[in-house]
Design a binder for this molecule. Structure first.
Ligand code: HEM
Length: 538
């Protein structure tokens, strides 16, 4: 097949101004052009195992631990690096100074998403997700709906739900510590279902969580650049399903149905509960009440709420686990647990702080936060040490622009190099490869959340305030009650933890074994005596 021998050329260059007669400003220097052959084997490239190449055989374009290559490019080529990927310009922003200039000061230009996402947006119909919306009114309306219920004061109201499910997480960890990731995922799913829809998730096999899992997994697969040929050659979207080799059309159809179910099912359940008068307060019910109370709501107002609720669910549920890919707060907690094994002295310091501030006869509360600076520093260091999205989510530029003398054409993909920003010793102190929460105890320490860990500019993660609360209370509760260490052999001796960092858009440790046991008999009793739990653990 001709595609099996297709050679595609990618070049990367130091961005240096050179004179040009065709561009309104200086253009990027092509003199460092380095052709690379990428051999793509079939229409739908096989998904690779975690830590292995995911888009065929690239000779130099990174396909594993991409952040390392992009960090090296930043060192070699400077604050701004340009890569031409199959004709699409890609620009990496490698310093906080320039990220501020681009994403904050020129945010009206740098807040778009890629114009063409044939598989995800057009064939799978995932345009319901604001994360893929082009910059404009439609995105703004969804974003506003989310912001109204997720700004710092609004998320205060979610703390009782977060606390309740964190306490239940402790009970589950006590009963089946080996299934720790399953329990963490369950807690995150239960929290977001209650906040988003007022629906109580009782079991791991909850149908809503299940469909969300399948949908987010689909987005994760389709979102890997180059996974589907149609993303590289958009005209392929017109190939009918029956043509040999067009199996991506069938796949897209199946995934489209997942998306429809995920956006529809919980939304319709909440609507039905509202009619029956049994609905609990939630993002969906309170927005729908507001729409009903207004006489002049636009005709698609309900749809905006339905889609925003679904994106909150997909962003916060953390339910999917595909060959090591998991999402957001769950992923961050996996990174935290790994750090506690690799840096045991950090755990000890945090436990000393928790014992001093809380004692041994009660569980941590949100109100303890100000007395727990080291514990707070641990969640910040978790987000900095290995950010979940080392390159963020790519933005796109909506008009031609010139940055520091370099011409950036309309439509170029703009990646904030979060990894490099969070490793910068000028901002975070020495040894940034080490997990050292102490760096956040310094006066004027920068927050990772404001340095790319939650993305950039107008697209910055709207769920960040709630996510930080979840991380804080989970970390404080787990460390207060449990001792985390590496896996044990049959004689009970600790053995080295085995893991890899996953590659792709999200990066987190692959599932690893560890030992989680109560710190004392008193800790165990405290967990069991808590009466705020749902009691859903069979
Ligand atoms: C530790 C947890 C989390 C991390 C590290 C994280 C990180 C991010 C990042 C890097 C982006 C891309 C921003 C950009 O384009 O510049 C993003 C977008 C987004 N996040 Fe989060 N997130 C987290 C939790 C959540 C939660 C809990 C929710 C929902 C409640 C959520 C909802 C969203 C949404 C809707 C977007 C798309 C925003 C847009 O395109 O305008 N995230 N997040």
């Amino acid at each position: 097949m001709f595609l099996s021998t297709l050679h595609l050329y990618i070049g990367f260059h130091r961005a240096e101004p050179i004179l040009t007669t065709t561009c309104p400003g200086d253009t990027l220097n092509l003199s460092f052009f380095l052709p690379l052959a990428v051999l793509l084997d079939c229409l739908r490239l096989p998904p690779g195992p975690p830590g292995k190449p995911i888009i065929g055989n690239a000779l130099d374009m990174p396909t594993i631990r991409e952040w390392e290559t992009y960090a090296r490019w930043a060192k070699e080529y400077g604050e701004i690096v340009y890569v031409n990927v199959l004709g699409t310009p890609m620009v990496f922003i490698n310093s906080r100074r320039l990220a501020y200039e681009v994403f904050e000061k020129r945010s009206s230009l740098y807040s778009d998403r890629m114009a063409s996402l044939p598989m995800l947006r057009e064939l799978m119909g995932f345009d319901w997700s604001m994360a893929f919306h082009r910059y404009g009114d439609r995105w703004r309306r969804h974003r506003r709906a989310m912001h109204e219920k997720f700004h710092p004061a609004a998320v205060e109201g979610y703390k009782p739900v977060q606390l309740k499910h964190t306490r239940e997480l402790l009970r589950r960890l006590l009963r089946q510590p080996e299934d720790y990731m399953k329990h963490i995922r369950h807690a995150a799913g239960a929290i977001i279902m209650e906040i988003g829809y007022g629906i109580h998730v009782k079991t791991e096999n909850d149908p809503y969580v299940h469909i969300a899992e399948a949908t987010v997994r689909a987005a994760g697969e389709a979102g890997v650049p180059g996974r589907f040929f149609v993303d590289l050659l958009p005209w392929m979207k017109y190939i009918p399903e029956w043509v040999p080799g067009a199996s991506f059309q069938t796949q897209a159809k199946i995934w489209k149905e997942y998306g429809r179910k995920m956006t529809d099912l919980p939304f319709q359940t909440t609507k039905a509960a509202m009619v029956a008068g049994t609905a609990e307060p939630s993002f969906t019910s309170s927005h729908l009440e507001a729409i009903a109370a207004k006489k002049d709501s636009p005709p698609d107002a309900e749809e905006v709420i339905k889609h925003t609720a679904a994106v909150i669910f997909s962003g916060g549920a953390d339910t999917f686990d595909l060959k090591g890919f998991k999402l957001q707060t769950v992923n961050s907690l996996a990174t935290f647990i790994l750090a506690m094994i690799l840096f045991p002295e950090v755990q000890k310091k945090a436990q000393a702080e928790l014992d001093d501030a809380i004692g041994s006869d009660r569980l941590p509360e949100f109100g303890d936060k100000s007395a727990l600076p080291y514990t707070v520093a641990i969640y910040k260091e978790t987000m900095r040490w290995h950010p979940l999205l080392p390159l963020g989510v790519p933005h796109a530029i909506s008009e031609d622009d010139i940055i520091e003398g370099y011409f950036i054409p309309k439509g170029a993909i703009i990646c904030g190099n979060t990894w490099t920003l969070l490793q910068d010793e000028a901002d975070f102190g020495p040894d940034t490869n080490k997990f050292m929460p102490e760096r956040f105890l310094q006066a004027r320490a920068r927050s990772p959340g404001n340095t790319g860990a939650f993305g950039f500019g107008r697209r910055i993660c709207p769920g960040r305030f709630m996510a930080e609360d979840s991380l804080f209370i989970s970390i404080a509760s787990i460390l207060h009650l449990f001792e985390i260490s590496g896996p044990r052999d049959s004689s009970g001796n600790e053995t080295p933890v085995e893991y890899e960092w996953t590659s792709g858009i999200f990066s987190s440790p692959t599932d690893f074994q560890c030992t989680i046991k109560p710190r004392s008999k008193a800790a165990e009793e405290l967990i069991l005596s808590d009466d705020k739990v749902d009691g859903t653990l069979a």
